[in-house]
Design a protein around this ligand. Sequence first.
Ligand code: MN
Length: 254
Amino acid sequence: MRILITNDDGIYAPGLLALIRALAPLGEIIVIAPERQQSAAGHGITLHKPLRMTPVALDAPVAEAYATNGTPADCIILATADDRPPPDLVVAGINAGANLGEEVLYSGTVSAAMEGVLQGITAFAISVAAYENCIFGPSADLAARLARRVTEMDLPADTFLNVNVPNLPAEELGPTVLTRLGRRRYLNSLEQRVDPRGRSYYWFSGEPLECDRVDGTDIGAVLAGMISVTPVRFDMNFSGARGEFEELLAGLGR
Ligand code: MN
C-alpha cells in the first residue's frame, strides 16, 4: 500500500512526524508537504507560479519525502508527478488545532483530504484540538487503526473522514463517535494597526464564541472529550425552499 501523507502545518511540524511514524508499518510512505505554514490555506491550488518539490530528510522511515512551495491541495496533485502511481490512501495531519464545523472550509488539512477523494483516493484528515503542547500519541495510534479499517472496507464514494481528537492523554479520552459538522461562530475581530509609514494594516484575531453544543455535532463531541469522526463529502447543493427560489426567479421578469 502506498500512503501519501501531507499536512498544512508544514513539512517540519511535529504532528506530521508522529503521523508518519504511526503509518510506516502499514505500507510505503510518501510525504509531500508544504515547506511552510499553510493553515487556513483552504482548497487553493497554484496556477500562476512554478511548483517545486525539494527532497528532504526526515527522522522517520519514508520512501520519499518532499517539501513543496505549494498548498496542501497541490501536494495531493503533485503525488502523481513524474509518473508516480497514485497513492492508495491519503492521510492529512496530524494538525495542531481542531478543524470543526465551518472550519473545514478554511482548513488546508481538510482540503487535502477532500482533494484526495476528488482524485478518487480514500482519505481522511486528523487533527488534535490544541495549538500548543499537543499530545499526538492517541491521534497517531488512531490514525494507524483507521488507515487499516478504511482500506479494508471501502468508504462510500466521494466521502472522506474528518477526525478530531481532544488534546488528552489516552486514558482520559472518551469514546470515538460518529458526528456531523456543527456550527462554530467566531467573534471576527479585525484588529487595525498603523505601520511606521502611517498606513493601516490588519490582523484577524477571531475568537470562537459559544459553540454549537448540540448533540451529534463534531464540536459537541470534542468539547465532551470524545473523539469525533465526521463523514464529509463535497455537496454544497441546497435542495430546500424550492418554492422560494422559484418565486425569486419568477420575479426576474423573463
Ligand atoms: Mn494547520
